[in-house]
Ligand binder design. Structure first.
Ligand SMILES: Nc1ncnc2c1ncn2[C@@H]1O[C@H](COP(=O)(O)OP(=O)(O)OP(=O)(O)O)[C@@H](O)[C@H]1O
Length: 251
């Protein structure tokens, strides 16, 4: 579980996060949604320690990240898997080498152990036997699956996904969403997904945090978001007049 308590973050005069608090539970897909520029990326960077908060705290299973020394932070980072926008695979490395990269960096596993782990992860994302392919030989959906395999190679407790569906067609997006959901439940991970994709919200949103003006404006489940009368959410979810006209029918 990750708990964010009263975070404030400013850049000069620009006060981006205002007393932001939220809980992201283990074994759940937690979504952070909101319009552009509302603070989703800044919040996520503060949580994973890529940015320092001005005040407030971030707790990983009750361990206060902001009070930790460098070494302790490093240990927490080993427990975090990251799935970046656009997959961010190393072009010159094969599928297998990409997946083994974090293992080489952060563990003292033998080559044989790393290969075994890479094969297990590849199997989990339905890409068994594709070990020797280069990223250029993969489709966008396959690249994303390799990136997921790499993200879970260290058996993370926490998984962060930044716009996992960007650039994918609707059916491939659904496959990726389902895979993220399945591995979250299977490994009891605390998964945090930043997304603009309403299909993802409806498909996998166990817990949804809607960020608006840098505040935790609304939170709830996928069932609740469809029914809410919160004006800002309605504007976000049903962005067009056409979608607004469907609202009653969907609810
Ligand atoms: N490194 C930075 N230095 C200064 N200001 C920043 C920095 N990073 C973000 N900001 C500001 O913080 C605010 C929130 O940005 P953020 O990237 O978190 O928005 P977002 O909700 O993730 O938007 P998008 O959906 O477009 O990615 C913006 O006003 C942005 O200009």
């Amino acid at each position: 579980m990750i708990e964010v308590k009263n975070i404030n973050k400013s850049f000069g005069e620009n006060h981006v996060l205002h007393d932001f608090s939220a809980r992201f539970e283990a074994g759940k897909v937690n979504l952070i949604i909101g319009q552009s520029g509302q603070g989703k990326s800044v919040l996520t960077k503060c949580i994973v320690g890529l940015m320092e908060v001005d005040s407030g705290s971030v707790l990983y299973n009750d361990r206060d990240f902001s009070k930790m020394k460098r070494k302790e932070r490093k240990n927490i980072r080993k427990e975090i898997g990251m799935l970046f926008q656009g997959s961010a695979l190393f072009d010159s490395m094969t599928v297998e080498e990409n997946i083994m990269f974090p293992l080489k960096m952060f563990t003292d596993m033998s080559k044989k152990e790393m290969l075994e782990r890479a094969n297990t992860c590849l199997e989990r994302v339905n890409l068994s036997g594709r070990n020797k392919l280069l990223p250029a030989e993969l489709s966008g959906g396959m690249m994303k699956r390799v990136a997921i395999a790499r993200a879970i190679s260290m058996k993370p407790k926490y998984l962060f996904c930044d716009e996992p569906n960007s650039g994918l067609d609707p059916s491939t997006s659904l496959l990726i969403d389902n895979l993220i959901q399945e591995i979250t439940y299977e490994y009891n991970m605390t998964t945090v997904v930043i997304t603009h994709d309403m299909n993802s919200v409806i498909e996998i949103g166990d817990h949804i945090v809607f960020i608006h003006t840098g505040r935790n404006w609304w939170q709830g489940t996928k069932e609740e978001i469809i029914k809410t009368e919160n004006e800002e959410i309605i504007d976000f979810v049903y962005a067009s007049k056409f979608m607004k006209s469907l609202k009653g029918k969907l609810g």
